[in-house]
Design a protein around this ligand. Structure first.
Ligand code: AKB
Length: 315
């Protein structure tokens, strides 16, 4: 079956690379992208509309015009920024999801993808190998919006039989599009500053271990989930996705193997530390492994080499 895909919020960290992979798979003309911001440049053949995802009427017109078979809603405000703009964050993260779920049912879009996050867990969730089902008491507005979003997804599946699929992404490491406003962003900033200054002042403490993943693995996971037969999908809220787990001191050690003089220092009392301390250290993901064959491919040593090479040649 030929697919028509709409990606809302396609110019962010995940959307950019997801769009590239989907274009390679389905043809550029079949992947319609939107974002509130214009991209820096538009490759030949790319279909792009500048659009606010909160403008329900224009999203409805887009759905009616293109009759998508798959919709990816990637627009979101990340954890650290969201703490500064809680109302805006709630509106963007929740209203966009409600609109898309509603329009997907109305216009019969077959399949919807929406990203949740490890931020949906909280201080009373088990820290190590955090399971799929456990206490979830997020302390950030971002995490609360993700947990509420997960419940909405499952509700739309149960109530309207909408084929909704979702992943709780860990921190994602990428060099093509830099994220903004996340708690895990240090794991990207560190490579840039190592190359530019030989030094990085980390806003998280040396031992703050968090779940992480290289972007190519995250995009592959997303496509695997979206391509899996519907009968295999046991979870309609959001899947745990494991991969790596490391702390700032581990990534620093890895960089020192490539840049021997690299130094890391640690800033005290950054508000992002409180967020990180409330999140899991590692994730148990047996449902993703069993239901759609998930297996990460990139270890930290490979990621460090790729990041230094590509950020270095980007300058
Ligand atoms: C963030 O740090 O806010 C995100 C996330 C883990 O959801 N990268």
């Amino acid at each position: 079956m030929s697919e028509t895909i709409i990606i809302l919020g396609a110019n962010g960290q995940i959307g950019t690379e997801l769009a590239t992979s989907l274009r390679q798979k389905h043809g550029a003309e079949n992947v319609i992208t939107t974002d509130i911001k214009e991209p820096d440049f538009l490759d030949k053949g790319v279909v792009f509309y500048q659009q606010d995802v909160l403008d329900k009427q224009s999203v409805e017109e887009l759905f009616k015009k293109h009759q998508p078979t798959q919709v990816y809603l990637m627009a979101a405000m990340l954890s650290a920024t969201a703490e500064n703009y809680p109302e805006k964050a709630w509106d963007l993260n929740m209203t966009s999801l409600l609109n898309v779920l509603d329009l997907a049912v109305k216009t019969k879009a077959n399949k919807v993808f929406w990203p949740s996050s490890i931020g949906a867990f909280g201080p009373n969730s088990p820290k190590e190998n955090t399971p799929q089902y456990c206490t979830m008491d997020p302390q950030t507005i971002y995490g609360i919006s993700k947990l509420a979003g997960e419940r909405l997804c499952e509700y739309y599946y149960n109530k309207h039989n909408l084929d909704i699929r979702s992943i709780r992404y860990p921190g994602l490491i990428s060099w093509k599009t830099i994220p903004g406003g996340g708690t895990t962003d240090y794991a990207i900033d560190i490579y840039k500053e190592a190359l530019e200054k030989g030094h990085y002042e980390c806003f998280l403490s040396a031992d703050t271990e968090l779940p992480m993943l290289y972007m190519d693995d995250a995009v592959r996971a997303t496509l695997q989930l979206m391509e899996a037969p519907a009968e295999n999908i046991r979870i309609r809220s959001s899947y745990n996705l494991g991969g790596l787990s490391f702390a700032p001191k581990d990534i620093a050690k890895d960089i020192q193997k490539e840049i021997p003089g690299f130094q890391i220092t640690y800033k005290k009392n950054d508000p992002r530390q409180i967020i990180a301390d409330s999140w899991p250290k590692s994730i148990e993901d047996s449902y993703a492994q069993e239901d759609w064959g998930w297996k990460p491919e990139y270890p930290l040593s490979a990621i460090t080499k790729i990041m230094l090479k590509n950020i270095g040649s980007k300058k």
